[in-house]
Design a protein around this ligand. Structure first.
Ligand SMILES: [Fe+2]
Ligand SMILES: [Fe+2]
Length: 296
């Protein structure tokens, strides 16, 4: 019997609650103008609802969301984000890591506890990296969410998370678990430098030394697949999904999510990926399954 994980990202919940004038300080002013001009058309609530209905009908064993649940990190957005998460599923069945839009300004940290149950590790601690064991999988949640200057969308893991990651990956391998890293920013990207993960090299190095079976990310709003180098000649797929609310026909890929069917066991894992997304006609189009890992 295989275990199925669904991955969606960059929900960018809309509509945006009307910000108070006092909210529009610093970076939020440019962000709000950007929202009115472009983003509110790009992120469509009806597209998101349609996609989530399809995902729910697939009855995955677990759902991973890799950040950017909201847009300007307004207090009201955090409350709406919590409600949306609760409708999607229990915190036991849904794991979340934050993105740059969830930490849009430094004050946002105050509201983050609203989503804490979805970022709590098996040890009951809210923090990063967290570990959640589900079926044969270990979900390792990392945070790259930092408040940045206007027009910047960079992320950073920081020394503490990088230092903790290696021993954690080793321990989870010893436990015989299928290790899945959840992170908002991609470790490998062609995007411009003001959107990148600043210490991506440290993550790539940790994976090269300690390995992982799968890495899932968001942020670039595109279908992406890059192969990272693991230890002893292994390869680790790093896979990104488009924004879950992306209206079709615009600059980025249309809304989609991926399903991962994980089977086998230590040393002989299998993992098949199926993508389901909004097609040109507005219906759901399925691609796959594609075997990512197969026994040698
Ligand atoms: Fe995003
Ligand atoms: Fe992002």
């Amino acid at each position: 019997m295989s275990f199925t994980l669904a991955h969606l990202s960059d929900v960018h919940l809309s509509p945006l609650p009307a910000p108070r004038v006092s909210d529009l300080i610093g970076k939020r002013i440019t962000g709000y103008i950007n929202w009115l001009r472009k983003r509110r058309r790009a992120h469509d609530r009806s597209v998101l609802n349609f996609l989530v209905d399809d995902l729910t009908a697939q009855s995955p064993d677990h759902i991973a969301i890799t950040g950017d649940l909201v847009n300007l990190a307004l207090e009201e957005e955090f409350a709406r984000g919590r409600k949306w998460l609760q409708q999607l599923g229990s915190f036991k069945d849904v794991s979340f890591v934050p993105g740059n839009h969830d930490a849009y300004v430094r004050q946002a940290v105050r509201y983050a506890p609203q989503w804490a149950p979805y970022m709590t590790g098996d040890n009951g601690v809210v923090g990063f990296p967290y570990v959640r064991r589900r079926g044969p999988a270990a979900l390792i949640g990392l945070s790259t969410a930092i408040a940045t200057a206007p027009f910047m969308a960079t992320g950073r893991l920081g020394e503490a998370q990088v230092k903790a990651l290696g021993p954690l990956l080793d321990a989870l391998k010893t436990e015989g678990l299928f290790r899945i890293i959840l992170i908002h920013h991609p470790p490998v990207t062609e995007s411009q430098s003001h959107k990148r993960l600043l210490d991506a090299w440290a993550l790539v190095e940790a994976i090269a030394a300690h390995g992982a079976e799968l890495l899932l990310h968001g942020h670039d709003h595109l279908h992406m697949l890059n192969w990272l180098t693991g230890p002893d000649g292994t390869r680790v797929p790093a896979i990104g999904v488009p924004s879950a609310s992306a209206a079709p026909g615009l600059s980025h890929d249309a809304a989609a999510y991926n399903l991962y069917a994980i089977g086998g066991g230590p040393g002989a894992w299998t993992c098949q990926m199926t993508a389901r997304g909004i097609g040109p006609g507005g219906g759901i189009v399925e691609t796959g399954p594609v075997p990512l890992l197969a026994p040698a």
